[in-house]
Design a protein around this ligand. Structure first.
Ligand code: UD1
Length: 367
């Protein structure tokens, strides 16, 4: 099929930088593209600022679902998006990543017989306790176009029995955004404005339930980051979930750690690019640091993005916080990974998606 009307869905912070370049590439080709924001992330700093930074137009529809438990949030997105599909009648729905909005909209579209394209298909952490792993697997299961960012994604899908005609290795759409905006991000001089010198600080982010929801683990992580901050200052833009947990549990944050509000895309990208090292449990930041060649220490037991470890600058530290100090020391001693840029992380992934969509593709209903 060759679709004329396409809905692109965004819901949470990590979606915006993946969808923006695809939305732009499709619009440039004269297709009718609708941008639907589910409202899973709604704070100015978790959402609106990204539209501005990425040059995305105002969404055509805002579903306003807000927070809630997984069932409530997923259900609200499904109901809202179903009405939107009823009205706009898209022939293709593009979803990205692994958040609840991704799963909800893919399910709605599939049940309506609308083709689904999944940007960032095929990634697997093999950790069924992660809500994102469930979201990835179910979304892939109902997607016609499986748009993979790396070869491991293709291999995972094949291993699950997915036929080759559904798998399309397009590269990493999020890295398109990084390449487009890096120069502007650096020109902002965010590190200098915060009194930090290039290569003289670390950036930390934490928000995974497995790291922040249980106070003892969060306390151990904060203590390890505190010790590392005696070696170099740490800037920690804090996710609302983590902020709430620290406050509720009354946890201590060392003076070498500067907590700040979540940052916009450009400010954060500029800070990553000039950091000596990054400590994170985010998925996207593992990829951004790999694209920038900045050493990244991932504070998780597993990663769905193994190419950042096998080729990039990422080191998977696991959940034992005793590993953090030595890993930071090694980077300060000049042993940080620099890595290389993975295949097709070349800034042209969104164009490949647009080529595919405009060239026509087979769907699950045709099969
Ligand atoms: C979601 C994604 C996660 C992604 C992360 C990036 C799922 C299952 N999880 O997690 O994969 O890495 O986004 O940020 O979709 N909150 C606010 N303001 C907001 C949004 C959230 O205050 O704009 C608070 C609310 O108290 C909410 C909590 O953060 O309950 C968690 O938000 P939610 O969207 O449920 O999941 P995230 O932890 O943000």
């Amino acid at each position: 099929m060759i679709p004329e009307r396409i809905s692109c869905v965004v819901g949470a912070r990590p979606n915006f930088m993946k969808v923006a370049p695809v939305h732009q590439a499709l619009a440039r080709r004269g297709l009718q593209v609708r941008l639907v924001h589910t409202g899973q992330h709604y704070d100015e700093k978790m959402s609106a600022v990204f539209f501005e930074d990425l040059g995305m137009p105002r969404p055509d529809a805002f579903l306003g679902v807000g927070s809630g438990n997984h069932a409530e949030q997923t259900a609200r997105v499904m109901t809202g998006f179903d009405s939107d599909c009823e009205q706009f009648r898209p022939q293709l729905v593009l979803v990205a990543g692994d958040v609840n909005s991704t799963l909800a909209c893919a399910l709605v579209a599939a049940k309506r017989g609308i083709a689904v394209g999944h940007i960032e298909a095929g990634l697997r952490s093999r950790d069924w306790s992660m809500p994102e792993e469930i979201n990835r697997i179910i979304t892939d299961g109902c997607s016609d176009l499986l748009l993979t960012p790396s070869r491991d994604g293709d291999a995972n899908l094949r291993q699950e029995g997915v036929p080759d005609w559904r798998i399309h290795f397009v590269g990493n759409c999020m890295i398109d955004s990084l390449r487009t905006h890096l120069e502007r991000a650096l020109a902002l001089g965010t590190a200098a404005a915060l009194g930090l010198s290039a290569q003289g600080y670390a950036v930390a982010t934490l928000h995974r339930p497995s790291n922040v929801d249980e106070p003892p683990q969060l306390a151990r992580l904060l203590a390890a980051l505190g010790a590392a901050s005696e070696r170099l200052p740490i800037l920690f833009p804090i996710h609302p979930r983590t902020k709430k947990r620290i406050e509720d549990a009354g946890l201590h944050v060392a003076p070498g750690i500067t907590l700040c509000e979540p940052l916009g895309y450009l400010q954060f990208l500029g800070l990553l690019a000039e950091a000596k090292l990054v400590l994170t449990d985010s998925g996207g930041i593992q990829e951004e640091t790999t694209a920038l060649g900045v050493p990244c220490l991932t504070l998780r037991a597993n990663t769905e993005r193994p190419v950042t470890v096998s080729e990039g600058s990422n080191l998977l530290l696991g959940t034992d916080t005793a590993t953090i100090g030595p890993a930071v020391e090694a980077i300060l001693a000049g042993q940080g990974k620099r890595g290389r840029i993975p295949e097709l992380w070349d800034g042209k992934a969104a164009e490949r998606v647009a080529d595919l969509v405009c060239g026509g593709f087979r769907t699950l209903l045709d099969a």
